[in-house]
Ligand binder design. Structure first.
Ligand SMILES: Cc1cc2nc3c(=O)[nH]c(=O)nc-3n(C[C@H](O)[C@H](O)[C@H](O)COP(=O)(O)OP(=O)(O)OC[C@H]3O[C@@H](n4cnc5c(N)ncnc54)[C@H](O)[C@@H]3O)c2cc1C
Length: 235
């Protein structure tokens, strides 16, 4: 398997860093291949604007998706974006490793998505969801939380984690075609014992080792929607 892991944590010695190291170890041998993007250490620029491109179609008025289409046709994405795109197209498995920040991914990772998941190259012209550019590839979130598992249960204070992650799992990863696997969650690593943290690292290793057998989250197919994109069976 060709695995691509993206890490978004400002501290390399963090528990997120330790989980990232497990992924690197699992996929760096045994017939697998591994590439990564450690966004903070790369000092990845998360700000999306006309600097995404080495030349622009309209210097007067910036319209990102128009410029993305133009750059897709003319190979004029800035090199930091083009390099990340290459890794996405190369991999069979994308792993996003991050701490839950404000019920989402850290801004540096959202900026990576904003800049790298470009119209023309990564989606567009009817290429989305199960017809998406990355159809046949797998993606998984590996995240840590501050709150405990109970607080993210359906009846928990914060609400169901699967709904909190829906904008990432469905709105980003499934949108561009990935089969999205259920997330690996290390609940509240700050508040547990060293032994419990080691248990998480061990169970993450087992999870990744068997990842080819994990069933993706079931999302409806495009064919299940009518021409106004409403579910045929429900209208
Ligand atoms: C801006 C911001 C917003 C946030 N929003 C939310 C939110 O919306 N919801 C929520 O639930 N939480 C939230 N949090 C909390 C955050 O999710 C947690 O603090 C984070 O997930 C903990 O993971 P970490 O990698 O930072 O842990 P760390 O603090 O880095 O690590 C935890 C412990 O693991 C130890 N450790 C590191 N490596 C190893 C190893 N190899 N083996 C064993 N132990 C190791 C560390 O030494 C440390 O003691 C937020 C935090 C911030 C800063």
């Amino acid at each position: 398997m060709k695995a691509f892991a993206v890490l978004a944590h400002p501290e390399r010695e963090s528990f997120n860093g330790a989980l990232f190291d497990v992924a690197a170890d699992v996929f760096s041998g045994g017939g697998h291949e591994f590439v990564s993007s450690d966004l903070y250490r790369m000092q990845f620029d998360p700000v999306s604007d006309r600097r995404n491109f080495t030349s622009v179609k309209d210097p007067q008025y910036f319209k990102q998706q128009i410029e993305e289409l133009h750059a897709s046709e003319n190979s004029t994405f800035r090199s930091d974006i083009a390099e990340e795109m290459e890794k996405l197209f190369w991999c069979d498995l994308l792993i996003l490793q991050f701490p839950l920040w404000w019920f989402s991914m850290p801004a540096i990772m959202k900026g990576w998505v904003d800049r790298v998941f470009a119209m023309g190259r990564v989606y567009g012209s009817g290429k989305w969801y199960d017809q998406g550019v990355f159809s046949g590839k797998r993606a998984v979130l590996s995240l840590t939380t501050g709150g405990g598992s109970g607080s993210y249960a359906e009846d928990g204070l914060h609400g169901d984690l699967s709904q909190i992650l829906y904008p990432i799992n469905h709105g980003i990863l499934r949108f561009v075609g990935f089969d999205v696997l259920p997330p690996f969650v290390a609940w509240s690593p700050v508040r547990i014992s060293p032994e419990q943290r080691q248990d998480y690292l061990d169970s993450y290793r087992r999870f990744l080792t068997g990842i080819d057998k994990v069933e993706p989250i079931a999302y409806p197919a495009l064919a299940e929607f009518d021409e106004t994109f409403r579910r045929k069976s429900l209208v």
